[in-house]
Design a protein around this ligand. Structure first.
Ligand code: TEU
Ligand code: CA
Length: 536
């Protein structure tokens, strides 16, 4: 039975395929590797997989630079492998979504190769070109990866536009022919049996006019000309019509869509099922620490999405450092408390590969260990500017997205059982202790949290209210008959429920917790203690 809102009960597992499991010894994870680990994933209890891009790509940006939307990159296998993966996953009752990367393509995509040839090439308008000189770009906008959003092309004496790397030219969504090509491709994958998409960088499809003046260079200011710009609505409506027809599961990565706008994007009439906010990753500027900034942002999104709309919940993904080191203190206890804190919020939680075993940031100390092109480029820039190597490495890797991309740690055999060959990226040296076979405690906790969502309507559909909102480290909330408490810090916390609506005289029973407890009007939480209570 499949209701329209089945995903309210669901949990997703995100796979970064290059680092998941290698079956042919080339040091790169592959589709066969995912197939072989499907029962592991199924046993976690999750409902669907989100697989990062496996399409043909020169891999300038981890596969987010696609050269052929209809082909699997050789490094991962081939289309038959993909079909087997779909079939096997479906047999186990797991749905599969992949990234839909349609803000840009690779510069190796045949459309761009054509587009570059001449101003009157039929594909010219598939991309965004404007008059420029080598020293004068059409405007002063800057890209997410640093530098101008424009790259000059000598042959046609124009520049093309890109919000990410110069190898990722942005598509021209104003062109109906381009849109048709994209829509055909979307249909093709859904016809194949894919269950839906994570819509990459979807809020950037529409751009302001080139003469738009950037008002602030702080925060999100520089991105205003291409963040959720009006005009995007009609593209989203067209996409939605296709998604609806196939009942596709859709998750938008839509930075710049505000929490107050997100309900319109994700309610029953919205374009997509749910949205990833990116704000909680921006560090709290008042110096109250990562945890407080994260907590504040999540609470805001929870409140603004309470009446309408749906959140996609996550603390880790392939673009973020590991939660155990960013929000936690490196201890398993901290990873557990963080898991409880976010997994029971209102929304669909995602678990990123390795998160369930408490994988850590990597101790980078040499530039040869780095892989992310945009970071290596910034590193080179730092060195050129005279920054010392050690400092430059630290600046580029500390809590950077590189940390999420080291190989999955399966067991304590050499190279963590990830590969028989030489891994494309170093395995974290802590693998003898941190691996799937050893870290059963955290895995078990995730299983229990997933089960709670599956079994308890209060968790999947219930309302949410927060306690102690200003507390710097206690994340506490009520989901109907459930009360969830998590102390996200190293200090003991004193809670006083007397001024809240919770009557602790009622009989609450403990559902989960770091130690046996009862809910009391005044109670202490030990460092990283969590408790889940249910009204009897
Ligand atoms: O990330 C995109 C992304 O993070 C931006 O859309 C975001 O708006 C910006 O960084 C502001 O904070 C996705 C993928 O997750 C990432 O891995 C890719 O590198 C990127 O798109 C380009 O495709
Ligand atoms: Ca391989």
């Amino acid at each position: 039975k499949k209701t329209k809102t089945w995903f309210h009960q669901a949990v997703g597992y995100q796979i970064y395929p290059k680092s998941f499991f290698d079956t042919n010894g080339d040091g790169l994870g592959d589709l066969q590797g995912i197939i072989q680990k499907l029962t592991y994933i199924k046993n976690l209890g999750v409902d669907f997989l989100w697989i990062n891009p496996v399409f043909k790509s020169p891999q300038v940006d981890g596969g987010y630079d696609i050269a052929d939307y209809y082909a699997i990159d050789e490094m991962f296998g081939n289309m038959d492998d993909f079909k087997i993966l779909l079939k096997e996953a479906h047999r186990l009752g797991l749905k599969v979504i992949t990234d839909l990367v349609v803000n840009h393509t690779s510069d190796q995509h045949p459309w761009f190769v054509e587009s570059k040839k001449s101003k009157d090439n039929p594909y010219r308008d598939y991309y965004l070109w404007a008059d420029a000189t080598p020293n004068q770009m059409p405007n002063d906008w800057i890209s997410f990866f640093g530098g101008s959003t424009w790259t000059y092309d000598e042959q046609t004496e124009q520049a093309y536009f890109h919000v990410f790397a110069k190898e990722q030219p942005d598509l021209n969504w104003k062109n109906p022919k381009l849109r048709d090509e994209i829509y055909n491709m979307v249909r093709w994958w859904l016809e194949l049996g894919l269950d839906g998409f994570r819509l990459d960088a979807i809020s950037h499809l529409q751009k302001e006019d080139w003469n738009f003046k950037i008002k602030s260079w702080k925060g999100n200011g520089p991105w205003q000309p291409f963040m959720n710009v009006s005009g995007i609505e009609s593209y989203m409506h067209e996409l939605k019509a296709i998604f609806d027809k196939y009942g596709a599961l859709t998750v938008g990565e839509a930075s710049g869509v505000l929490s107050t706008e997100a309900p319109d994007w994700t309610d029953e009439n919205g374009y997509i099922n749910m949205i990833f906010e990116l704000e909680h990753n921006a560090r709290d500027k008042k110096g109250n620490g990562y945890v407080y900034g994260m907590k504040k942002t999540l609470i805001k999104w929870q409140k603004d999405m309470l009446e309408r709309g749906w959140n996609a919940l996550y603390l880790e993904n392939h673009d973020q450092a590991r939660l155990i080191d960013v929000f936690g203190d490196g201890s398993l206890e901290s990873a557990k408390a963080l898991a409880v804190a976010y997994m029971l919020l209102r929304g669909t939680p995602f678990i990123y590969q390795g998160q369930e075993i408490g994988m850590h940031d990597f101790p980078f100390n040499d530039v040869t260990q780095m892989r992310a092109e945009e970071l290596i480029r910034q590193y080179d820039q730092l060195i050129e500017n005279g920054v010392k190597e050690e400092l430059a490495i630290k600046q580029m890797t500390h809590h950077s997205r590189e940390n999420a991309r080291t190989p999955m740690q399966w067991n304590d055999s050499p190279l963590a059982g990830f590969t028989q060959g030489s891994p494309w990226m170093d395995v974290n040296p802590d693998y003898p202790l941190v691996n799937v076979e050893k870290e059963t405690e955290l895995i078990e906790l995730y299983r229990e949290l997933i089960q709670l969502r599956h079994q308890e309507e209060a968790i999947s559909e219930g309302s949410i209210e927060f306690f102690f909102e200003r507390h710097l480290q206690v994340f506490a909330y009520q989901r109907n008959e459930f009360i969830i408490l998590a102390n996200l810090g190293k200090k003991k916390a004193h809670l006083n429920f007397e001024k809240t609506a919770v009557s602790t005289d009622n009989q609450f029973e403990q559902v989960l917790g770091t130690r046996p407890r009862q809910l009391r009007s005044k109670m202490d939480l030990e460092p990283w203690e969590y408790q889940v209570f249910k009204l009897n």
